[in-house]
Design a protein. Sequence first.
Length: 184
Amino acid sequence: MVRPGGRSARVQASVHAAVRELASEVGRDALTVPMVAQRAGVTPSTIYRRWGDLQELLSDVAVERLRPETAPGDHGALPSDLTAWAEQFLDEMSSPAGRAYIRDALLGDPDGGNAGQCSAYAAEQIDVILARASERGEKTPDVETVIDRVVGPLMYRILFRPDGLDAGYARRLVTGVLGPTTGH
């Protein structure tokens, strides 16, 4: 059993910080486990034991970086809340850093756990938006519908067809999922 906030958490925090610092200093492609270990103040065997290899470490760091830092904004109505969230999601995920984090999260993830965690982050954010709208008395789709009709197409386009991807596309997806629900 790992103690939250114990040595394990400190090791993870220092190793993650070392990865982020070194990636900005020397570039992601130049990273090595010994380099990260030295910067983090741990032995390379600690990294290999905990993460397996560099790609799994990069994947773990990426998942942490993809975690939203704040709750979605409250703009007073479901269409504006979901549109603002979708535009921000698109902006963050389609940036060069966002695309690199997505790639790293998936490459070091043979069992799909990291992809599932990233999906859970989006679902949690959407759930907050929908619960807020429901409390205001607005009709809402369910979380899975928004995942399928907004997040899914955005991620596909970000990964495979990024040309011409803009905020207007995110707005059209939101309008498509909310149109029948909100009467628009």
